[in-house]
Design a protein around this ligand. Structure first.
Ligand code: SF4
Length: 477
């Protein structure tokens, strides 16, 4: 890293501050560990785009109890991650350590270190109760008469007395909202052989087809908001199940139902199409609308990703044949999908999409009669540039800053007369795609404005021709 001296200073400052504020004694082993971790990661050789040039990225440290390991690696790694604009992932072997880090260490570091960062706990599906499996376990158990059971596996379903009491208690606690189905929130520790039969994984979960979906603790943890979606199925027989995820623009509009040139074009070419009213869309009540505030690239994007999972789980899409496409906010969602969840998509079509949130906020605030009366609402929904938290949010969700993450080919469509999302967004994106050596195609259409089908017949045909070429090349092959 070119500025490794200043990062080292940040690390030292953070450590000194914590020692002082928490009234800790500096420990020799801890200091040695901080220095080792910091020196190792700061010496990794990278090119100007931040790609590693050497093959020595792993640092393995063994240290005894009482060294203060957690504090040591966090103090060393957080400033480095921040300087590189990366996320730091901490993986723990035990729940006890996870709780210590999430509930104690990270909040203390944030509070006493005077160091600004965010953290989130990511838990797998098996940490949550599967209501469907709990229901099955209890009902199958009730149906088995041990005196008449013929086969061993039938008897294996028989719950012992302790399991029966536990599972029944879970039903009561869940029903009375005293427990949310999170294993870590259960009042006692749970034996693995009691917990395992009542959880499931991605393959075992029937998702929205599950009759318990609305009470599912795992999906509720993702906040469980109902997202209506619309599916258009192609009539064409195809080699694979292709799917176009087509989030609408706006974002504050409702997905219309009716004839849509774009949807029909995709269906005509052999691709199923899914559209949805992700949070932030209108027409579904205030709570659905405001749930989108400051959720660009975050929960609004999760709703779109969940739509992809749903389509795959329900047999409408092959997991490796999904393309994301959209215009305006839909173009933003396309680029957010390709940068924040790159593994979901085989390719993406971004038409007149926002890629730099700071630019769009600044542009809108200077447009007389357009957004001048809407500045407060924009700050609430799209990000507030008047404070540090808002500035960070705007940075975190701007796809053009994360082009490095893209693995799928991108098609960029831009009307040169667009006065809503000006061509500067497409140009900035193309510059980054080129700089990072990504696969892309682009078209600047002189007749088009902020639209993919309103610049006249010739312009529309040109747009559709290039999409057809792109999809044949990158979605079908
Ligand atoms: S949605 Fe999946 S995890 Fe949830 S209860 Fe149903 S099967 Fe279990």
């Amino acid at each position: 890293m070119s500025d490794s001296a200043s990062v080292k200073q940040d690390i030292q400052q953070l450590y000194r501050q914590l020692i002082k504020q928490l009234e800790l004694k500096p420990r020799w082993g801890q200091k040695q560990m901080i220095a080792t971790v910091a020196n190792h990661f700061l010496s990794i050789d990278m090119d100007v785009d931040g790609h590693r040039r050497d093959d020595n990225p792993v640092c393995l440290v063994e240290a005894g109890t009482g060294t203060g390991k957690t504090l040591a690696y966090m103090v060393a790694c957080l400033p480095i991650a921040k300087a590189l604009d990366k996320k730091l992932v901490i993986s723990t072997a035990t729940i006890a350590l996870q709780e210590q880090i999430v509930q104690k260490d990270l909040p203390a570091l944030k509070k006493h270190g005077g160091y600004d960062f965010d953290f989130q706990l990511a838990k797998g599906r098996r940490r949550y109760l599967c209501v469907s499996r709990l229901d099955q376990a209890l009902s199958q158990n009730a149906a088995i008469d041990p005196t008449q059971a013929l086969f061993e596996d039938e008897l294996a379903l028989k719950l012992d007395a302790q399991q029966q009491t536990l599972y029944k208690d879970m039903v009561v606690q869940l029903g009375s909202n005293q427990w949310d189905g999170d294993r870590d929130a259960w009042k006692d520790s749970l034996a693995e052989d009691h917990w395992r039969p009542i959880t499931t994984d991605h393959k075992g979960c029937t998702n929205r087809r599950c009759s318990h979906f609305s009470q599912c603790p795992f999906f509720k943890a993702r906040d469980g908001l109902e997202i209506p979606a619309y599916l258009t199925l192609t009539k064409k027989k195809t080699k694979h199940k292709y799917m176009i995820m087509l989030p609408h623009g706006g974002p504050n509009v409702k997905q219309g139902v009716g004839f849509d040139h774009w949807v029909q074009f995709f269906a005509n070419k052999g691709y199923n199409v899914i559209q949805m009213d992700y949070r932030g869309s209108t027409g579904l009540g205030t709570s659905h609308y405001v749930a989108g505030n400051m959720q660009w690239g975050k929960k609004m994007q999760d709703d779109i990703s969940d739509g992809v999972f749903w389509a795959i789980d329900n047999g409408y899409a092959d997991a490796d044949r999904v393309c994301i496409a959209g215009a305006s906010y839909g173009g933003y969602a396309t680029m957010a999908g390709l940068t924040f969840t790159p593994e979901l998509y085989r390719c993406g079509i971004n038409a007149v999409g926002v890629v730099n949130q700071k630019s769009i906020l600044e542009e809108f605030s200077t447009k007389a009669g357009m957004m001048n009366n809407w500045t407060d609402e924009a700050a609430l929904e799209w990000g507030d540039l008047s404070n540090e938290e808002g500035k960070q949010y705007v940075k975190d969700i701007s796809p053009v800053l994360f082009v490095d993450n893209i693995i799928a080919p991108v098609l960029v469509l831009q009307g040169t007369n667009d006065n809503i999302v000006p061509p500067v967004h497409a140009r900035e994106l193309i510059k980054e795609l080129k700089r990072k050596n990504k696969t892309y195609m682009a078209m600047f259409q002189a007749e088009e404005g902020h639209c993919v089908k309103c610049g006249g017949e010739q312009a529309s045909l040109e747009y559709f021709d290039i999409q057809e070429e792109f999809l044949k090349k990158y979605l079908e092959n």
